[in-house]
Design a protein around this ligand. Structure first.
Ligand SMILES: Nc1ncnc2c1ncn2[C@@H]1O[C@H](COP(=O)(O)OP(=O)(O)O)[C@@H](O)[C@H]1O
Ligand SMILES: [Mg+2]
Length: 246
């Protein structure tokens, strides 16, 4: 349902993505792992058109074009069909949990307020926050704020949701509640691409793991393959180092 070929991106002459190709099938839960600075965030942001790519091709939601040839309508189509969950939640601080979710439905989807609220409440229910609907972000824990961020993404009913290290800004004791919500989404068939340092999530919840380093996909495969029998030395070293630190 989503196919990326030869994606390239540089910042100020530094090549960050050096030709990335991968695909996402409906229902996939893909974990992207790799060292800090390897281009994981840049990858998610260029695919979702939050950043401009210098090369490569995208097939998604009826768009089948080189990144550099995307016009305004294509970009609108791509953005409309993806959800994004950010590391730092990116909630509006002056809006309640409910309003953070209805905003996109009313503004981008042109929904009536009553209809938007109905959908937002369903989304809040899925993340277990119905009773916090009238709270402002400052009145919520980090874990609750991120669950609102996830509810906002699912309310828009995208074809695929991209998560950029959704638990890395959280205190350790709050990580579990967010991972639980993500596991529930995965179990209900939501298509997800998750950049994560949570190796348990990568191993136990995803059906494919992509290891990235230095702007390349070094290898990808089932969690069993990547965690138990990686082909590449760099994958082995990364996993040994990261698993030694948990
Ligand atoms: N807006 C930007 N301008 C310049 N350089 C950037 C920008 N965003 C990211 N980079 C650089 O791109 C590289 C990859 O960053 P990033 O995609 O954030 O990696 P990761 O998410 O894997 O840690 C880093 O060297 C980073 O400094
Ligand atoms: Mg990042």
């Amino acid at each position: 349902m989503l196919k990326i070929e030869g994606l390239k991106k540089s910042y100020a002459g530094n090549d960050i993505l050096k030709g990335i190709s991968f695909h996402v099938n409906k229902g996939d839960v893909i974990s992207i792992i790799g060292p800090s600075g390897s281009g994981k965030t840049t990858l998610l942001r260029t695919i979702t058109t939050l950043e401009e790519a210098e090369g490569g091709h995208i097939s998604f939601a009826g768009v089948d074009k080189d990144f550099q040839k995307l016009n305004g309508k294509d970009i609108h189509t791509i953005r409309r069909n993806v959800g994004f969950v950010f590391q730092n939640y990116n909630l509006f601080n002056n809006k309640t949990a409910l309003q953070n979710i209805t905003e996109g439905l009313i503004v981008a989807r042109k929904m009536k307020k009553s209809e938007a609220e109905k959908i937002a409440l369903q989304a809040l229910e899925r993340v277990g926050l119905t009773d916090r609907r009238n709270h402002y972000p400052s009145q919520l824990s980090g874990g609750q704020q991120q669950r609102v961020g996830i509810a906002r993404a699912i309310a828009l009913n995208p074809q695929v949701i991209f998560f950029d290290e959704p638990t890395s800004a959280l205190d350790p004791e709050l990580v579990g509640e967010v991972l639980k919500v993500m596991q529930d989404l995965a179990n209900s068939g939501t298509t997800m691409v998750v950049v994560t340092h949570q190796m348990n999530f990568a191993r136990d919840v995803s059906n494919r793991v992509i290891f990235m380093a230095d702007g390349f996909i070094i290898e990808q495969g089932s969690p069993k393959k990547i965690f138990e029998n990686p082909s590449e030395e760099r994958t082995k070293k990364f996993l040994t180092d990261i698993l030694a630190n948990v």
